[in-house]
Ligand binder design. Sequence first.
Ligand code: V0V
Ligand code: CO
Length: 144
Amino acid sequence: MFMRIDHIGIACRNLEEKIAFFSETFELDVVAREVNEEQGVKEAMLHIADGEGGGSYIQLLEPLSDDSPVGKFLAKRGEGLHHVAFGVPDIAMAMTKIGEKGVRLLDERPRHGSMGSEIAFLHPKDVGGVLTELVQAARPSQSA
Ligand code: V0V
Ligand code: CO
């Protein structure tokens, strides 16, 4: 079902500061930046590698408000690893199959994600304490 790790999401208080740190320290290129109102984040994608069905990235996340998912996470746990995202070939099918196994889906339908992807989240309490995201990357023709 999972083709690769699409990204790991890191919660931070100051996006620009963390972009500078990660890109300089690990020599990574920032390939996308986006404000996602629905998810309550301002985010940046740092490219690591290309893989089956899409790339692998570090996603840096700054909350748009204190009562957003990342805002609450920062208040409770501070900066750090927020979620792990896996690439899937067909997100609707993955959601159905995973939901049938009793894992709570936080989204009833796929949402808009970074770089034209479709995303959906699984409840961390059902996935070993890890907030887990499914990602169906945009097809190359759609992301241009
Ligand atoms: C909360 N919990 C976590 C967690 N956030 N555990 C692991 N990792 C996290 N990131 C734990 C929390 O400690 C509680 O456990 C329990 O889950 C319920 O949390 P809560 O604080 O009571 O509830 P909320 O209201 O903070 O909601 C948590 C969830 C929420 C996970 C339901 O954050 C959510 O719906 N997240 C999905 C959307 C999201 O995260 N979007 C931002 C990334 P205890 O204390 O009761 O034991 S956007 C993104 O990745 C994009 C756009 C992309 O393109 O990739
Ligand atoms: Co993400």
